[in-house]
Design a protein around this ligand. Structure first.
Ligand code: DX5
Ligand code: ZN
Length: 216
């Protein structure tokens, strides 16, 4: 019951964003997960600064931003200016990940590193002590509503072991195909934060769906 739920805005109704944010504000959600895509790092384009800046004044929850862009270091300052709490960058998009992580922290944000489904956690061995969170992708990034990749449960458990072995308190967030059934198994494996898009926003009662995930 200590875990956090981060609904993914990507699955929201963009014609009625204000109502969707109100729904999040009045729910048990802990963070709002925002997926920024550039059409280069991933084969899709989502939304960017105008949407983040419009939402910020009405949102009562911290923003957890997931950058699916090449050269994410270029946007650290602007993301911080938008009032973001936690900035996730992809391991696969950062040549100088250590510098990027410290750049994010210097701007006053929490820093997360994200792994694609094929990227092994062993690559975190020399950076995990510097990040606040690891975001494991349980689908290939770029689209909501995809089926959960089963291997992610075991990957979560191995990452949890690495964190414990090093005596760290790094959070594990998992993103993609999360529903009540996969959520339960991810939490048992050691996940701390669950991102959930279509399962929440397409539910007949999104606030109830959030509560059910929170109560697991
Ligand atoms: C995918 C995004 C996810 C997505 C999850 O690239 O990173 O955050 O919105 O959506 P669901 O929960 O529908 O798989
Ligand atoms: Zn995401």
């Amino acid at each position: 019951m200590n875990h956090k739920i981060a609904p993914s805005l990507l699955a929201a109704d963009f014609l009625h964003l204000e109502q969707e944010i109100e729904m999040i504000n009045n729910s048990d959600a802990d963070w709002l997960h925002m997926d920024i895509m550039d059409g280069v790092f991933v084969p899709n384009i989502s939304f960017g600064f105008p949407v983040i800046d419009a939402i910020k004044p009405v949102l009562k929850k911290p923003m957890d931003v997931h950058l699916m862009v090449v050269e994410p270091q270029k946007f650290i300052h602007d993301i911080a200016q938008s009032g973001v709490y936690l900035m996730n960058v992809h391991y696969e998009a950062c040549t100088h990940l250590h510098r990027t992580i410290y750049g994010i922290k210097q701007e006053g944000m929490k820093a997360g590193v994200t792994l694609n489904p094929h990227t092994p956690i062993s690559l975190l061995e020399d950076i995990i002590q510097d990040v606040d969170m690891v975001l494991l992708m349980s689908v290939n990034p770029g689209f909501g509503g995809q089926p959960f990749i089963e291997h992610s449960v075991e990957k979560t458990a191995r990452l949890k072991d690495m964190i414990n072995r090093k005596g760290l308190h790094t959070l594990i967030e998992v993103d993609g195909g999360v529903n009540k059934e996969t959520a339960k198994r991810l939490l048992t494996a050691g996940a701390d934060v669950l991102v959930t898009g279509s399962y929440i926003f397409k539910a007949p009662n999104p606030q109830q769906a959030i509560k059910e995930l929170k109560d697991l």
